[in-house]
Design a protein around this ligand. Sequence first.
Ligand code: PHE
Ligand code: ZN
Length: 849
Amino acid sequence: MTQHDPRTVYLKDYQPPAYLVDEVKLTFRLAPETTRVLSEIRFRPNPDAASRDFFLHGEQLKLISASIDGTPVEPELVEGGLKLDAPDAAFTFAAEVEIDPEHNTALEGLYRSNGMYCTQCEAEGFRKITFYPDRPDVMAPFHVRVESDLPVLLSNGNPGERGDGFAEWHDPWPKPAYLFALVAGELVAHSDRFTTRSGREVELNLWVREADIDKCAFGMEALKKSMRWDEEVYGREYDLDVFNIVAVDDFNMGAMENKGLNIFNSSAVLASPETATDADFERIEAIIAHEYFHNWTGNRITCRDWFQLCLKEGLTVFRDQQFTGDMRSHAVKRIDDAMTLRAMQFREDNGPLAHPVRPESFVEINNFYTVTVYEKGAEIVGMLRRLVGEEGYRKALDLYFDRHDGQAVTIEDWLRAFEDATGRDLSQFGRWYSQAGTPRVHVTEDWADGRYTLTLRQETPATPGQPDKAPQVIPVAVGLLNPNGDEVVPTTVLELTEAEQSFHFETLSARPVPSLLRGFSAPVILKRQQSKEERAFLLAHDTDPFNKWEAGRDLARDGLMAMVLDGAGPDADYIDALGRGIADEGLDPAFRAQLLALPGEDELAQAIFETGRAPDPTAIFEAREALRRAVAERLGDVLGRLYETHQIDGPYSPEAEDAGRRALTNAALSLLSLTEGGDRARAQFRAADNMTQQIAALSALLSIEEGAAELKAFEDQWSHERLVMNKWFGLQVARATPERAAATAEALTRHSAFEWKNPNRFRAVFGALAGNAAGFHHPSGAGYRLLADWLLKLDPLNPQTTARMTQAFSTWKRYDETRQGLIRAELERIAGTEGLSRDTSEMVGRMLA
Ligand code: PHE
Ligand code: ZN
């Protein structure tokens, strides 16, 4: 459908803008249903453009008046904007439009959330605010005047004049319209200061509703750490006198990097020990850093067009991953990132929504804010760094910043900076941006006369629109271990560039055990026959923490597959090896908690599908439960001891060390409850003085179908805290048995606090339903039906969140005919609905294609 949809936009059709903008002046007269926006835009013909066709984007705008250099004009209103005969010289276009923030439920453009005004312009929301060349390669400085009686009036840049009922802002840095922001409301600030290394004094404010002022301290610390880190690691300094962050409750995404005025989903910034978990704290620290880092990678240097989205997102995710590694633990962070990539990005690559990190066409750009663009985009940056080395990377980035500051650029520009800084030819490497799909790397070995040979063969399965794939550059980090466990060849990076290639290691005294793809050095799937003994050996001896963890994970996955496919029982050898791992006091507790996490249901479903069989979600669920129970039975003593000895006395701190101990004890708690019952969890629930401990206890109870009283107590305690109530909604669905999941979700939609127009609340229930694999895929089809009903209800109001959530159906072709039939019927029902949004119709179209 993407191919034939008349609304499709193609990368190959890119044309430079006919006119550039030298300056923008905007005045906002705020009123809930009748906000007036006055614009004065100074245009100049673009010497590099082929055409002089003057077109301004505009949607859902009521044009009141327009003029050119003061002379009234009557532009031709066309689909998506306006046209005019414009001078072939510099001129000022002025317009007045009226918009209706109150009824803007799509949360794009200017909208209202709990009485406050806020904006979201990325990717193409500015055209819902006024007529403008709403494309990222048009950059301009902005002057903004906000008129309103509300006490706090914010926009991008530095504050200007402020008086009764108005405030002015000036942003000197040329920016594309998608980085514009405005906020007005009854807000209070948690404030601080930061001195940049060259001595600029920056005022920092985190703006929230009064009730949330106690949830700001952590976010503010994260901001200051991010500012320091970007100076130290990338040499990048902040460039305005003030940095504002605003928390809003109604937001489609996590957060937005608007210049000098970041707007955050409140769930991505507000945290107190009582209301947020360790995972929330870590996520908030990462998102604050991510948005802050965009100031250089995204804002100062932006994207020429939306096909280049990974230019800012892949790089900025990579940077926030480095930051989290530096703040916490690189090993633990790498494992987390690999788990996310495999669970979400490999899943995308293996289904109908697969697309290159730089797509070549789209119908609705909002549908391409994907794990492929973000997370695989970040992996590509990581591979570049691995290939050119730390120093080469720093040189390339310095050159990139130097050369392109103030510009809107492409992936070609980015790669050229690496080529020019390091002398490396990256033409083949560029395929990572254009080829979709996860490469498989098949490994065979040979051992003769002290010479060990590794033969690597790469192959990438076909993806939609790309039947044939060319070989990519794959950095495979390898170490070799002696049979006694000593490392005989430390980590070296092999560069696989051919379809098949052999690598030799000479003069070894014994056949080594290879540790392959150390640190997950490339986003590929390794295919290799490996014995259980070898895996247990690596779990015990590998010096690379990632592969140590990976060995345990492989053992668990093999064991679970055998349980599902061959009716095997739990693998006692695996459990014993796991027991030795988690009892090893030399290992970081956070890492040991990761060892305890079994492969997820979706990962197993994909692995089974790859063997040529249709996965049965119920059987997968039961196998995981059986293995968990067996682990709890066999390792009960170790788990009980870990639980006792790793408790934390003293006040809660969200930092990594304590969080790691809680992760370990709570993983133990969830297993122990299976064999012991709920007493331990009930005691923890009662004693908890922080959300991590409280919710882990509740989760353990719900998993064993206990905890009704605690659930009620939790609701009574937290009914006034929206963010905490999202957890309450989500957890019940996530922990429901397969039979009960859809019914639980359905019952919650009738709860008086189910505010379905709030994306966080909607996602709490339906994201959890989609994540409860055995429940969602229950053969009754009730899960499919319920989700489709609600997506159809949400679509007219909020197409973006609806379209995103259709992805729950994206794996449908893995399953048996009955399930496929049920899902297809729902997808067709959605596709056939009259008035379906462009966003959702593109998504279901691609899934049905
Ligand atoms: N650019 C934002 C980010 O990654 C994400 C976003 C996209 C937010 C579109 C809103 C709308 O940081
Ligand atoms: Zn981003």
